[in-house]
Design a protein around this ligand. Structure first.
Ligand SMILES: Cc1cc2nc3c(=O)[nH]c(=O)nc-3n(C[C@H](O)[C@H](O)[C@H](O)COP(=O)(O)OP(=O)(O)OC[C@H]3O[C@@H](n4cnc5c(N)ncnc54)[C@H](O)[C@@H]3O)c2cc1C
Ligand code: FES
Ligand code: FES
Length: 468
């Protein structure tokens, strides 16, 4: 049994916990405002808002309902377009802004844009035009073009920043009529259903599900009835904390959890610049770190990120291994079927870190090649180095020889050039739709150089690095 608040009503269902929220709202509840486009998390037509109790408030995130199992809705507030529509065909402020800016034609994508922008109105992000536009990075429109939709987003952000800044954003949004008044009772309604156990559908669980953003794309048909254990809301697998010289992250932390974490922000000054290259806002709101690691894609962005931090993964049975030791071969992992990742741990002292990604589109695209580096230096000398690269082998790579070579070297053009030569011996890219073998080799060479340009620009004369 799954119990949650759908718009303004508490409901429960005995449907299989793997049913998607999209299918539930459209076919079980006949709420047809939420659209089906790609069913792969790409188009944003199915976007809903998901509210969750967070200390003494409700935290809202946009999510793609096509990839979200109803198990992950348990004890939460799910908001569809019907839950923010006003009576008597009046428009909400977000809808009005889209109309005023000429941001809709056929209207198929519009619901998704309205939901994402409404999510922006009630989440904790800065209420700037740039952040409003960024909140719709997971929505695709085939016919209007984006400039008018961006103008609508800017209008919404202007209205909000006038509306007030220091107060609880949800209260401001309710008061200024961006969301209906019933939102103010949701916290009490969530408290009432908090802690109700969801009955598992089977005792023979064989599959772990995080945010579902890989599993529901790859195996949608079997996921509804799959005997799965949903780890997304497992409280032992959430949270980011300092523990002595380490940072410990619950395996079900999402990419957004990293983005908004003061602990992580204090370690990675370019966090937003780097993580906005990973998927889109609604996918980042669902995508867990463990899901990224265990999916074992050779180009998993978070995997590459944590490989360069020389992170450890800790399983439910307390077994601990380096992340780099998890990958034995293409999608073959050093873990048993009943082991799941509980915690990710890395040293909190990160002196120089950089992440680079090249993809066909800047936003909402997977990498052709990606790379990360973490360095500890003193007086222009490298004391410690960890380099990783994706898209250049059957597994996400920790570049062992390159990292070892860098230790003890001066930071200069010659070091970078020699390290680049070693790096080329560690990779084995293949030609595919994302580029030829030689292109990927060149890309990694450039990304590796880019790390040093980003981190030590004033010490280098990189244009003299020989190109191949
Ligand atoms: C539109 C779209 C864009 C995307 N863009 C990117 C991108 O730019 N970069 C990128 O790297 N990825 C991208 N992805 C892929 C995906 O979002 C990530 O890999 C994500 O981190 C997967 O996490 P999840 O929690 O959703 O995984 P799930 O789908 O829930 O699970 C994936 C795998 O991990 C296993 N698993 C989950 N949690 C655990 C655990 N705690 N212990 C053990 N096993 C576990 C599952 O059994 C499954 O095998 C994109 C996906 C979509 C749909
Ligand atoms: S239907 Fe396209 S993102 Fe869900
Ligand atoms: S208005 Fe037609 S797809 Fe966006």
């Amino acid at each position: 049994m799954v119990k949650f608040i759908l718009n303004n009503q508490t409901i429960q269902t005995d449907l299989p916990a793997g049913t998607t929220v999209l299918d539930f709202v459209r076919y079980d509840k006949n709420l047809k405002g939420t659209k089906i486009g790609c069913r792969e998390g790409d188009c944003g037509a199915c976007t809903v808002l998901v509210g969750e109790l967070n200390k003494d408030s409700v935290k809202y995130r946009s999510m793609t309902s096509c990839l979200m199992p109803i198990a992950n809705a348990h004890c939460k507030h799910i908001v569809t377009i019907e839950g923010i529509n006003k009576p008597n065909n009046e428009l909400t402020k977000v809808q009005q802004a889209i109309v005023d800016a000429g941001g809709t034609q056929c209207g198929f994508c519009t619901v998704g844009f309205v939901m994402s922008l409404t999510g922006f109105c009630i989440d904790e992000t800065e209420k700037s035009g740039a952040m409003a536009i960024s909140s719709i990075d997971g929505n695709i429109c085939r016919c209007t073009g984006y400039k008018s939709i961006e103008r609508a987003a800017e209008r919404v952000s202007c209205q909000l920043s006038v509306a007030g800044s220091q107060r609880n954003q949800l209260e401001v949004a309710i008061e200024k009529d961006f969301v209906p008044a019933y939102f103010s009772h949701i916290k009490e309604m969530l408290v009432e259903i908090k802690g109700i156990d969801r009955q598992p559908i089977t005792d023979h669980r064989q599959l772990f599900v995080g945010g579902g953003t890989d599993l529901y794309v790859q195996r949608y048909d079997e996921m509804v009835y799959a005997p799965a254990e949903n780890l997304f809301d497992n409280s032992d697998l959430r949270g980011i904390k300092k523990n002595g010289e380490f940072i410990e992250i619950g395996a079900s932390a999402t990419v957004t959890d990293l983005l908004v974490s003061p602990v992580i922000q204090s370690i990675f000054p370019n966090l937003y610049k780097h993580l906005k290259l990973v998927s889109s806002t609604p996918i980042r709101n669902m995508a867990t770190l463990a899901g990224n690691f265990v999916n074992a894609s050779p180009i998993g962005d978070m995997t590459i990120w944590f490989l360069a931090l020389d992170a450890l993964v800790i399983f439910n049975n307390e077994r601990e291994i380096r992340l780099s030791e998890l990958y034995l071969g293409y999608k073959t992992l050093a873990k048993t079927d009943d082991e799941f990742i509980k915690t990710i741990r890395f040293r909190k002292e990160v002196q120089h870190f950089n992440f680079e990604k090249v993809s066909k589109r800047t936003c909402l695209d997977i990498s052709s090649v990606n790379s990360a580096i973490s360095l500890k230096t003193e007086n222009n000398k490298i004391l410690e180095a960890h380099v990783s690269a994706g898209g250049v082998a059957p597994i996400p790579l920790y570049l062992k020889k390159t990292s070892a070579f860098l230790r003890g070297k001066e930071i200069n053009d010659a070091t970078i050039s020699q390290a680049n030569d070693i790096l080329q011996t560690e990779i084995s890219p293949i030609s595919d739709v994302r580029g030829s073998e030689s292109y990927k080799r060149l890309l990694l060479r450039q990304l590796f150089t880019a790390h040093f340009v980003e981190l030590f620009q004033n010490k280098l004369c990189v244009f003299s690095v020989p190109q191949r």
